[in-house]
Design a protein around this ligand. Sequence first.
Ligand code: IPE
Ligand code: IPE
Ligand code: MG
Length: 252
Amino acid sequence: MDFPIDPRIDLNRLPAHVGIIMDGNGRWAMKRFFPRIAGHREGVNAVDRVVSHASRMGVKALTLYSFSLENWSRPRDEVNALMEILAEFLERELSRILDEGIRFNAIGHIEDLPLFAQEWVGRAMTETSDREGMVLTLALSYSSRREIADAAQALAREAMAGKISPDEIEEEDIARNLYTSNLPELDLLIRTSGELRLSNYLLWQAAYAELYFTDLYWPDFGEREFENAILAFQSRVRKFGLTDDQITSKKV
Ligand code: IPE
Ligand code: IPE
Ligand code: MG
Protein backbone atom coordinates (compact mmCIF):
# COMPACT_ATOMS: atom_id res chain seq x y z
CA MET A 1 0.00 0.00 0.00
CA ASP A 2 1.19 3.51 -0.80
CA PHE A 3 2.39 5.54 2.15
CA PRO A 4 -0.23 8.28 2.80
CA ILE A 5 1.00 11.83 2.23
CA ASP A 6 1.03 13.91 5.43
CA PRO A 7 -1.87 16.42 5.11
CA ARG A 8 0.28 19.13 6.71
CA ILE A 9 2.40 19.21 3.55
CA ASP A 10 1.44 21.99 1.15
CA LEU A 11 1.71 20.26 -2.23
CA ASN A 12 1.71 23.64 -3.97
CA ARG A 13 4.89 24.71 -2.20
CA LEU A 14 7.10 21.68 -2.66
CA PRO A 15 10.81 22.07 -3.27
CA ALA A 16 11.18 21.65 -7.05
CA HIS A 17 14.55 19.99 -6.75
CA VAL A 18 15.69 17.90 -3.78
CA GLY A 19 19.24 16.58 -3.42
CA ILE A 20 20.19 13.83 -0.98
CA ILE A 21 23.58 12.79 0.35
CA MET A 22 22.74 9.19 1.22
CA ASP A 23 25.24 8.53 4.01
CA GLY A 24 25.60 5.96 6.79
CA ASN A 25 25.23 2.62 5.02
CA GLY A 26 28.51 1.34 6.46
CA ARG A 27 27.67 2.35 10.02
CA TRP A 28 24.17 0.89 9.72
CA ALA A 29 25.78 -2.46 8.87
CA MET A 30 28.61 -2.29 11.42
CA LYS A 31 26.11 -1.60 14.21
CA ARG A 32 24.54 -4.98 13.36
CA PHE A 33 27.89 -6.75 12.91
CA PHE A 34 27.11 -7.12 9.19
CA PRO A 35 29.63 -6.46 6.43
CA ARG A 36 29.49 -2.87 5.08
CA ILE A 37 28.11 -4.18 1.80
CA ALA A 38 24.94 -5.36 3.58
CA GLY A 39 24.37 -1.70 4.45
CA HIS A 40 24.65 -0.70 0.80
CA ARG A 41 22.15 -3.41 -0.15
CA GLU A 42 19.71 -2.24 2.49
CA GLY A 43 20.25 1.33 1.30
CA VAL A 44 18.67 0.44 -2.04
CA ASN A 45 15.34 -0.19 -0.27
CA ALA A 46 15.50 3.33 1.13
CA VAL A 47 16.12 4.61 -2.41
CA ASP A 48 12.98 2.77 -3.58
CA ARG A 49 10.88 4.27 -0.78
CA VAL A 50 12.04 7.82 -1.30
CA VAL A 51 11.91 7.77 -5.12
CA SER A 52 8.32 6.52 -5.13
CA HIS A 53 7.16 8.86 -2.43
CA ALA A 54 8.83 11.95 -3.91
CA SER A 55 7.39 11.16 -7.32
CA ARG A 56 3.90 10.61 -5.91
CA MET A 57 4.05 13.91 -4.04
CA GLY A 58 4.95 15.77 -7.21
CA VAL A 59 8.59 16.69 -6.59
CA LYS A 60 10.00 17.62 -10.03
CA ALA A 61 13.61 16.54 -9.56
CA LEU A 62 15.40 14.27 -7.10
CA THR A 63 19.19 14.02 -7.28
CA LEU A 64 20.86 11.27 -5.24
CA TYR A 65 24.57 11.21 -4.39
CA SER A 66 25.27 7.57 -5.16
CA PHE A 67 29.02 7.39 -5.70
CA SER A 68 31.60 10.15 -5.42
CA LEU A 69 34.84 10.55 -7.34
CA GLU A 70 36.56 10.14 -3.95
CA ASN A 71 34.71 6.85 -3.30
CA TRP A 72 36.96 5.13 -5.90
CA SER A 73 39.63 5.08 -3.18
CA ARG A 74 37.58 2.68 -1.01
CA PRO A 75 38.64 -1.00 -0.79
CA ARG A 76 38.29 -2.66 -4.16
CA ASP A 77 35.73 -5.23 -2.96
CA GLU A 78 33.45 -2.48 -1.70
CA VAL A 79 33.75 -0.50 -4.95
CA ASN A 80 32.98 -3.62 -7.01
CA ALA A 81 29.98 -4.44 -4.83
CA LEU A 82 28.64 -0.88 -5.20
CA MET A 83 28.88 -1.13 -9.00
CA GLU A 84 27.02 -4.44 -8.96
CA ILE A 85 24.36 -3.06 -6.64
CA LEU A 86 23.88 -0.11 -9.02
CA ALA A 87 23.44 -2.35 -12.06
CA GLU A 88 21.09 -4.69 -10.15
CA PHE A 89 19.05 -1.72 -8.96
CA LEU A 90 18.58 -0.43 -12.52
CA GLU A 91 17.85 -3.88 -13.88
CA ARG A 92 15.24 -4.57 -11.21
CA GLU A 93 13.66 -1.12 -10.96
CA LEU A 94 13.59 0.00 -14.58
CA SER A 95 10.08 -1.27 -15.23
CA ARG A 96 8.79 0.36 -12.06
CA ILE A 97 10.54 3.63 -12.95
CA LEU A 98 8.85 3.45 -16.36
CA ASP A 99 5.45 2.68 -14.81
CA GLU A 100 5.73 5.64 -12.45
CA GLY A 101 6.53 8.00 -15.35
CA ILE A 102 9.97 8.83 -13.95
CA ARG A 103 12.74 10.03 -16.26
CA PHE A 104 16.10 8.57 -15.34
CA ASN A 105 19.21 10.72 -15.57
CA ALA A 106 22.82 10.41 -14.45
CA ILE A 107 25.50 13.02 -13.77
CA GLY A 108 29.23 12.67 -13.13
CA HIS A 109 31.98 10.90 -15.03
CA ILE A 110 29.87 7.91 -16.11
CA GLU A 111 32.67 6.74 -18.40
CA ASP A 112 34.67 5.85 -15.25
CA LEU A 113 32.15 3.12 -14.36
CA PRO A 114 32.68 -0.50 -15.40
CA LEU A 115 31.03 -1.23 -18.75
CA PHE A 116 28.20 -3.38 -17.36
CA ALA A 117 27.14 -0.50 -15.10
CA GLN A 118 27.48 2.08 -17.90
CA GLU A 119 25.24 -0.06 -20.06
CA TRP A 120 22.46 -0.11 -17.49
CA VAL A 121 22.76 3.63 -16.93
CA GLY A 122 22.53 4.23 -20.69
CA ARG A 123 19.63 1.87 -21.07
CA ALA A 124 17.66 3.43 -18.21
CA MET A 125 18.24 6.90 -19.66
CA THR A 126 17.18 5.89 -23.18
CA GLU A 127 14.12 3.89 -22.15
CA THR A 128 12.75 6.62 -19.89
CA SER A 129 13.69 9.59 -22.09
CA ASP A 130 10.07 10.35 -23.05
CA ARG A 131 8.72 10.22 -19.49
CA GLU A 132 7.38 13.48 -18.15
CA GLY A 133 7.17 12.85 -14.41
CA MET A 134 9.90 13.36 -11.85
CA VAL A 135 13.51 13.42 -13.06
CA LEU A 136 15.54 10.98 -10.97
CA THR A 137 19.23 11.77 -11.25
CA LEU A 138 21.98 9.58 -9.81
CA ALA A 139 25.31 11.30 -9.22
CA LEU A 140 27.94 8.71 -10.11
CA SER A 141 31.70 9.18 -10.04
CA TYR A 142 30.64 12.71 -9.21
CA SER A 143 32.72 15.58 -7.88
CA SER A 144 31.34 19.09 -7.69
CA ARG A 145 34.76 20.69 -8.07
CA ARG A 146 35.41 18.51 -11.11
CA GLU A 147 32.04 19.63 -12.51
CA ILE A 148 33.01 23.29 -12.09
CA ALA A 149 36.42 22.61 -13.67
CA ASP A 150 34.65 20.89 -16.59
CA ALA A 151 32.46 23.98 -17.01
CA ALA A 152 35.58 26.18 -17.01
CA GLN A 153 37.10 24.00 -19.74
CA ALA A 154 33.95 24.24 -21.84
CA LEU A 155 33.86 28.03 -21.49
CA ALA A 156 37.56 28.29 -22.35
CA ARG A 157 36.86 26.30 -25.52
CA GLU A 158 33.94 28.60 -26.38
CA ALA A 159 36.22 31.61 -25.88
CA MET A 160 38.96 30.08 -28.04
CA ALA A 161 36.38 29.48 -30.75
CA GLY A 162 35.34 33.14 -30.54
CA LYS A 163 31.81 32.29 -29.40
CA ILE A 164 32.05 34.24 -26.15
CA SER A 165 34.31 36.93 -24.80
CA PRO A 166 36.08 36.13 -21.48
CA ASP A 167 35.05 39.53 -20.12
CA GLU A 168 31.40 38.72 -20.63
CA ILE A 169 31.26 35.39 -18.80
CA GLU A 170 28.28 35.51 -16.44
CA GLU A 171 27.02 33.19 -13.72
CA GLU A 172 24.48 31.82 -16.22
CA ASP A 173 27.31 30.75 -18.53
CA ILE A 174 28.77 28.62 -15.77
CA ALA A 175 25.34 27.28 -14.81
CA ARG A 176 24.51 26.23 -18.38
CA ASN A 177 27.76 24.24 -18.50
CA LEU A 178 27.12 22.33 -15.28
CA TYR A 179 25.81 18.76 -15.42
CA THR A 180 22.57 20.03 -13.84
CA SER A 181 21.83 22.64 -16.53
CA ASN A 182 18.48 21.03 -17.38
CA LEU A 183 17.29 20.68 -13.78
CA PRO A 184 15.43 23.24 -11.65
CA GLU A 185 17.29 25.20 -8.95
CA LEU A 186 18.24 23.03 -5.98
CA ASP A 187 15.80 23.99 -3.22
CA LEU A 188 16.49 21.43 -0.51
CA LEU A 189 19.58 19.39 0.31
CA ILE A 190 19.27 16.50 2.77
CA ARG A 191 22.15 14.60 4.40
CA THR A 192 21.67 11.53 6.55
CA SER A 193 23.87 9.91 9.23
CA GLY A 194 24.61 12.99 11.33
CA GLU A 195 27.54 14.24 9.25
CA LEU A 196 27.44 18.02 8.77
CA ARG A 197 29.29 18.54 5.50
CA LEU A 198 28.70 18.67 1.75
CA SER A 199 31.48 16.24 0.71
CA ASN A 200 31.95 17.84 -2.72
CA TYR A 201 28.26 17.59 -3.67
CA LEU A 202 26.40 20.24 -5.74
CA LEU A 203 28.48 23.09 -4.28
CA TRP A 204 27.43 25.67 -6.87
CA GLN A 205 23.82 24.48 -6.96
CA ALA A 206 23.47 24.57 -3.16
CA ALA A 207 24.19 28.32 -3.00
CA TYR A 208 20.68 29.07 -1.72
CA ALA A 209 19.36 25.59 -0.97
CA GLU A 210 17.85 24.91 2.43
CA LEU A 211 19.88 22.29 4.29
CA TYR A 212 18.36 19.45 6.31
CA PHE A 213 20.43 17.08 8.40
CA THR A 214 19.20 13.95 10.16
CA ASP A 215 21.01 11.47 12.39
CA LEU A 216 19.27 8.51 10.73
CA TYR A 217 21.52 6.21 8.74
CA TRP A 218 20.47 6.04 5.10
CA PRO A 219 19.01 2.48 5.26
CA ASP A 220 16.67 3.70 8.04
CA PHE A 221 15.49 6.67 5.98
CA GLY A 222 12.00 6.50 4.53
CA GLU A 223 8.82 8.32 3.63
CA ARG A 224 8.27 9.76 7.11
CA GLU A 225 11.71 11.35 7.39
CA PHE A 226 11.51 12.61 3.80
CA GLU A 227 8.25 14.31 4.75
CA ASN A 228 9.89 15.75 7.86
CA ALA A 229 12.51 17.34 5.60
CA ILE A 230 9.78 18.79 3.35
CA LEU A 231 7.89 20.13 6.38
CA ALA A 232 11.09 21.73 7.68
CA PHE A 233 11.64 23.27 4.24
CA GLN A 234 8.11 24.68 4.22
CA SER A 235 8.53 26.15 7.69
CA ARG A 236 11.62 28.14 6.72
CA VAL A 237 11.73 31.69 5.39
CA ARG A 238 13.97 31.91 2.33
CA LYS A 239 15.36 35.40 2.30
CA PHE A 240 17.86 35.41 -0.58
CA GLY A 241 19.75 38.27 1.00
CA LEU A 242 16.72 40.46 1.74
CA THR A 243 15.42 41.73 5.09
CA ASP A 244 12.42 40.20 6.87
CA ASP A 245 10.34 43.32 6.06
CA GLN A 246 11.11 43.03 2.38
CA ILE A 247 10.14 39.37 2.40
CA THR A 248 6.83 40.10 4.17
CA SER A 249 5.85 42.90 1.80
CA LYS A 250 6.69 40.69 -1.19
CA LYS A 251 4.21 38.07 0.00
CA VAL A 252 1.22 40.48 0.13
C1 IPE B 1 27.07 6.06 1.89
O1 IPE B 1 27.32 5.28 3.00
C2 IPE B 1 27.19 5.28 0.61
C3 IPE B 1 28.35 5.64 -0.21
C4 IPE B 1 29.22 6.56 0.07
C5 IPE B 1 28.52 4.90 -1.45
P1 IPE B 1 28.78 5.05 3.55
O2 IPE B 1 29.33 3.84 2.91
O3 IPE B 1 29.61 6.28 3.39
O4 IPE B 1 28.49 4.78 5.07
P2 IPE B 1 29.39 5.21 6.31
O5 IPE B 1 29.57 6.71 6.22
O6 IPE B 1 30.69 4.49 6.19
O7 IPE B 1 28.60 4.81 7.50
C1 IPE C 1 29.38 11.11 0.34
O1 IPE C 1 29.50 10.23 1.42
C2 IPE C 1 29.24 10.33 -0.94
C3 IPE C 1 27.99 9.59 -1.11
C4 IPE C 1 26.98 9.62 -0.29
C5 IPE C 1 27.89 8.81 -2.31
P1 IPE C 1 30.93 9.83 1.98
O2 IPE C 1 30.68 8.90 3.10
O3 IPE C 1 31.82 9.36 0.89
O4 IPE C 1 31.47 11.24 2.50
P2 IPE C 1 32.58 11.55 3.59
O5 IPE C 1 33.79 10.76 3.21
O6 IPE C 1 32.04 11.12 4.91
O7 IPE C 1 32.79 13.03 3.53
MG1 MG D 1 29.93 7.88 4.59
